[in-house]
Design a protein around this ligand. Structure first.
Ligand SMILES: Cc1cc2nc3c(=O)[nH]c(=O)nc-3n(C[C@H](O)[C@H](O)[C@H](O)COP(=O)(O)OP(=O)(O)OC[C@H]3O[C@@H](n4cnc5c(N)ncnc54)[C@H](O)[C@@H]3O)c2cc1C
Ligand code: FES
Ligand code: FES
Length: 473
């Protein structure tokens, strides 16, 4: 059954299997070779494309790694490759800045960089130089170096200025970007054309479909195996979407992406947990990776899992027959990659207690690179204080046991004590005793144990900077 979508300026269709990756469709099926193939694991950004999703007020564009995107996700969407960003007979303002400021040598990474930069300008109304540099955090260049790339990004932002539109998905924003030379002229017409696409037709198969949320985990490790498999696209299920306040709690749909969490006002009162979300990988990964995928992939170092544990997060699981049950997040992990979840169950949502204005949150992560890397060890802490006294504290840790852990002994050891450098030392010792790391590629057991001790001390310093170096001797 053919799948219909918009490819750059044109409506098109494909009969490629829904589980094949879009990178192969673009290069081998459509013969558009501007999109490069590098790592095929979401790590280099060479394969970056834009996906336009229709919304009530227009079209929302996001940069994603086409090597991790299944073809099935193109149904009813606008796929934009580097060829679709190049105006007839000229260069876009982003391309021109890269040429004029020497931001490209061999050119292998350049299409991915240009697409990521354009994705940034599409997704924000007030671009900044720093925002542009962050948006390129998922694109690796092996020969030019990043100073020239940064200059080109900053120069583009300077030339464009803020958009007068009220929403980044509105036609007015697209018209502004066309006027500024960022986008070719066909873009504003897409919002009406996308609505006319034939979105019908599903693949008939007796095989049980593989549940796919963002696919950043599944396609990074099982792309070959998934090619011919039927997929259940969880991100298209409205019951798994949305971020909302309900009486006394905050409810996060399991298929909410990390980018949606970053952009959500509802999550801002959770302080450092919200502010640390940009440590999860790169823009391209955050645009696809979901909360549910981060929890259900059962990684011992999932950043969102470790962040949500101290908040007392509760999971809502629903079976195919419709039966619902809830359980605390920290009880979900039974052993290495072993979950308290039946095959017929789906993670529907995650519920957090509404943020108490008195809570202090801290998230710490150590990885080889600041962005685009999974942690060696990560940890989160939540303190409730009365004056200088710790009324209660919850501390979690990842990468130091077969499962992400809530450190109950550590929390007990410091409840009722003063928030001081001495208590930071007590907490660090208790945490190091409570965990059981192993030697692996991310470091020796001893290194990870010591790292956790430092991260626990860093939580104290973050919530009470006056403790100074005494907290981190
Ligand atoms: C380059 C790269 C960098 C990364 N960096 C980080 C990082 O910095 N920090 C980090 O924490 N992770 C990182 N990851 C890991 C991964 O991206 C995240 O864990 C992500 O949140 C997984 O979500 P997903 O929606 O893509 O999961 P998917 O790949 O779609 O799914 C993962 C698993 O969960 C199941 N699943 C998903 N949703 C549900 C649901 N609602 N109910 C039941 N089952 C479900 C799927 O069937 C699958 O088994 C990185 C991955 C890559 C490729
Ligand atoms: S090929 Fe490297 S991120 Fe896709
Ligand atoms: S210009 Fe050669 S890899 Fe970036």
């Amino acid at each position: 059954m053919a799948l219909h979508f918009l490819l750059n300026r044109y409506e098109t269709e494909t009969t490629m299997p829904g589980g094949a990756v879009v990178l192969d469709l673009i290069r081998n099926g459509l013969h558009l070779t501007g999109t490069r193939e590098g790592c095929r694991e979401g790590d280099c950004g060479a394969c970056t494309v834009l996906i336009g999703t229709p919304l009530a007020e227009g079209v929302s564009y996001r940069a994603v790694n086409s090597c991790l995107l299944p073809v099935a996700e193109l149904r009813g969407r606008h796929l934009v490759t580097i060829e679709g960003l190049t105006p007839e007979g000229g260069l876009s303002i982003v391309q021109k800045a890269f040429v004029d400021l020497g931001a490209s040598q061999c050119g292998f990474c350049t299409p991915g960089m240009i697409v990521s930069m354009t994705g940034y300008l599409l997704s924000t109304l007030e671009p900044t130089g720093k925002g542009a540099a962050d948006a390129l955090g998922g694109n690796i260049c092996r020969c030019t170096g990043y100073a020239a790339v940064r200059r080109a990004a900053e120069e583009t932002v300077r030339c464009i200025g803020p958009s007068p539109a009220c929403s980044s998905s509105s036609p007015a924003h697209l018209e502004f970007l066309v006027e500024k030379g960022v986008l070719p002229e066909y873009f504003p017409g897409i919002s009406s054309r996308i609505g006319e696409l034939d979105t019908g037709g599903t693949v008939n198969s007796d095989a049980r479909p593989v549940r796919l949320a963002g696919g950043t985990d599944l396609f990074a490790v099982r792309a070959g195996e998934l090619r011919e498999m039927p997929l259940e696209l969880l991100c298209r299920d409205p019951s798994l979407r949305g971020i909302r306040r309900e009486e006394g709690s905050t409810v996060l749909g399991a298929a909410v992406t990390v980018t949606e969490l970053v952009e959500s006002r509802v999550l801002r009162p959770y302080g450092d947990f919200h502010d640390s979300l940009d440590l999860v990988s790169s823009t391209q990964i955050r645009n696809r990776a979901t909360l549910g995928g981060n929890i259900v992939n059962a990684s011992p170092i999932g950043d969102l899992t470790v962040m949500l544990m101290p908040l007392g997060a509760e999971l809502l699981l629903r079976s195919e027959a419709g039966a619902a049950r809830t359980l605390p997040l920290h009880r979900f992990f039974l052993g290495y990659r072993k979950l308290d979840m039946r095959e017929d169950e789906l993670l529907e949502s995650v519920r957090l207690p509404a943020p108490d204005p008195g809570i202090l949150c801290s998230f710490e992560k150590v990885s080889m690179r600041r962005h685009m890397d999974i942690a060696s060890v990560n940890s989160a802490a939540l303190f409730v204080l009365s004056g200088d006294t710790i009324v209660s504290a919850e501390i979690s840790a990842g990468g130091v046991a077969p499962v992400p852990m809530l450190l109950a002994n550590t929390s007990r050891a410091i409840a009722g004590r003063t928030l001081s450098a001495e208590t930071a030392g007590t907490a660090a010792m208790a945490a190091m005793e409570e965990v059981s790391p192993i030697d692996d590629v991310r470091g020796s057991a001893e290194y990870k144990r010591k790292l956790l001790g430092r991260l626990v001390r860093a939580h104290f310093l973050k919530v009470r900077p006056e403790l100074g170096r005494e907290a981190l001797p």
